[in-house]
Design a protein around this ligand. Structure first.
Ligand SMILES: [Zn+2]
Length: 336
């Protein structure tokens, strides 16, 4: 396995470098962290340097600070690829091994490359959002299409099936109940799974955006967060997507402290919270679903699912009202 992991980390390093070039290109002339234009003399950095340079970017005028974050991107994505592959493939960790999901093909050729593409897209969206508070459509929409096509073509990429009923009385005797059509129409199930995830991610995020806009007077999430959650849902399915939304505020505390330390910004867009949360759910799925939090008991029972969503929404509305009551800072200072 060490050889595979070494190989995967190498690919992550290359893709991380390209991710920096891609994200800088989608940002065009806006704040691009020095990879498009020198901040001192406005001279354009060549496309070749932007995409492929393996050295720190330095302008001829000598005034612009050296830019190295495109190299940091290569190292970071390499690390993210390594950790995720290890969690998935190492039999002692097996972060997504579930009793009820047993793909015929091995993970190395099916779910692993699928999720590595996903992590790459998440990384590009994270970089653009951190740099410029933008999540580009040209990253998100092709990504959703890739997820739809792959899920339909392979038919067994899901971390969890679109519906598993653990509420039946005979589960203890016969194991989890799967509807018959899922077993007979594997590819259609793959398509239903990815579309359901995408719709769940987009619609709930849109609803949060709309409600927060009504209560606060400005939306707490950007439009890019809605499409980002559609992408996350398409690659993960609806149950993990709801977990991502639930965990995101917690990761915000850490990311907020980190960026405050690194570049002194106190406000971060919501996108990095969502991408970080999605990565965490990928790496801890077995414990979330079955071993520690046993979310399968909730997600196999419609009234519980609706109750959970209703309860979370109630909490959110109360929180937003409190925020509005105690908001002393003008919104211009919160959002750039
Ligand atoms: Zn310059």
């Amino acid at each position: 396995m060490a050889l595979e992991l070494f190989f995967i980390s190498g690919i992550g390093c290359l893709l991380g470098r390209l991710a920096a070039g891609w994200s800088a290109s989608t940002l065009a002339d806006m704040n691009s962290g020095g990879l498009i234009r020198c901040s001192a003399c406005q001279q354009t950095v060549s496309a070749q340097t932007r995409w492929f340079s393996a050295r720190p970017v330095r302008c001829d005028c000598g005034q612009s600070p050296t830019v190295i974050w495109h190299l940091a991107s290569a190292v970071a994505l390499s690390g993210l690829f390594y950790v995720y592959s290890r969690c998935l493939l190492d039999p002692d960790i097996a972060c997504q091994a579930l009793h009820e999901v047993r793909p015929d093909g091995i993970l190395l050729t099916g779910r692993l490359p699928f999720h590595l593409v996903f992590i790459f897209l998440l990384w590009v969206a994270t970089v653009t959002d951190l740099l410029d508070y933008v999540i580009p459509d040209e990253v998100i929409y092709p990504g959703i299409l890739i997820a739809f096509v792959a899920a339909f073509a392979v038919g067994e990429l899901q971390m969890i099936h679109v519906w598993v009923n653990w509420d039946e009385a005979y589960v203890s005797l016969y194991g989890p109940y799967l509807p018959e059509w899922m077993k007979r129409h594997q590819h259609l199930h793959g398509l239903a799974w990815t579309v359901a995830g995408s719709l769940t991610g987009a619609s709930i995020t849109w609803l949060i955006r709309w409600v927060s806009g009504k209560i606060l007077g400005y939306p707490a999430l950007g439009g890019g967060d809605v499409t980002l959650m559609a992408l996350i849902g398409a690659f993960m399915g609806w149950q993990p997507t709801l977990c991502v939304l639930a965990i995101a505020p917690l990761t915000g505390i850490f990311i907020g402290a980190f960026t405050k330390l690194v570049n002194g910004r106190s406000f971060v867009a919501y996108g990095p919270y969502l991408t970080c949360s999605a990565y965490l759910v990928l790496c801890t799925w077995r414990w979330l679903w079955a071993d520690y939090f046993t979310m399968r008991d909730i997600f196999g029972h419609w009234p519980s699912v609706l109750g959970l969503i209703g309860f979370s929404f109630g909490c959110l509305v109360v929180l937003l009202f409190l925020l509005r009551l105690f908001r002393a800072v003008p919104t211009e200072n919160l959002r750039r």
